[in-house]
Design a protein around this ligand. Structure first.
Ligand SMILES: *Cc1c(COP(=O)(O)O)cnc(C)c1O
Length: 218
């Protein structure tokens, strides 16, 4: 099926309160243009340089989401245009985003990445680290970032009950964070393989790549 057909089907199956982030990493600009022509306006990338090249080439009403791990020294390259950074997992990184956002006189929305998977390799904070972080004075002083939610990735497994358990854990962290920060509204969970479970468990933002653009070659 074509990108347009994939997108149309997927969107028809999602409730309107669920934001679809079309994950276009590694895909050529022509593929993103096709998705754009089919009405898609939110794209997710995991490399700052690649995202910036695509931002330069494509229409300016696209919302660009950084979904990958962010190195502090590269924040400056996306600070003028990025809409949402999903993978924030330290106060140090928040401070750098705040500093770069200030230079552009804007406020950058961020999601805190939570470690919910069993795998050691996935980035993120645990619940208590998150709750401690947002209660520090240093965090409260940052006025050019806004934490608007959480993001997490489940273990890569065929065991649906394991995935569901991890998503439930993220939803409960989201609920606790929302009590402390009223601006928290987004729970970014679910990819091509597990977004249906994620939505059942309360996700309102899914990051979907291969089900729209086809598989990637790496
Ligand atoms: C690549 C990626 C996705 C999309 O994965 P698919 O399985 O292709 O849908 C979602 N989230 C993150 C953080 C990713 O890196």
């Amino acid at each position: 099926m074509s990108i347009t057909q994939n997108l149309t089907q997927l969107k028809a199956s999602l409730k309107k309160e669920v934001t679809l982030v079309a994950v276009s990493k590694t895909k050529p600009i022509a593929d993103l243009q096709e998705a754009y022509n089919a009405g898609q306006r939110v794209f997710g990338e995991n490399k700052i340089q690649e995202m910036t090249t695509k931002w330069e080439a494509l229409p300016k009403d696209i919302e660009w989401h950084m979904i990958g791990h962010v190195q502090r020294n590269k924040v400056k390259y996306m600070a003028s245009y990025v809409s949402l950074i999903h993978g924030v997992d330290s106060l140090k990184l928040l401070k750098e985003i705040d500093k770069q956002a200030k230079k552009h006189q804007r406020r950058i929305n961020c999601l805190m990445q939570i470690h919910i998977a069993e795998e050691e390799t996935k980035f993120g904070l645990d619940a208590s680290e998150l709750i401690n972080l947002v209660q520090t004075d240093e965090f409260k002083e940052l006025d050019h970032i806004q934490v608007v939610g959480v993001m997490g990735m489940a273990t890569f497994t065929k065991d649906d009950s394991q995935i569901r358990k991890e998503f439930k854990a993220l939803k409960s962290i989201f609920d606790s964070l929302q009590k402390l920060l009223p601006q928290v509204t987004f729970i970014s969970m679910g990819m091509s393989g597990d977004y249906k479970i994620a939505i059942e468990e309360g996700s309102n933002m899914v990051r979907i790549g291969s089900s729209i653009f086809g598989s990637r070659n790496y």
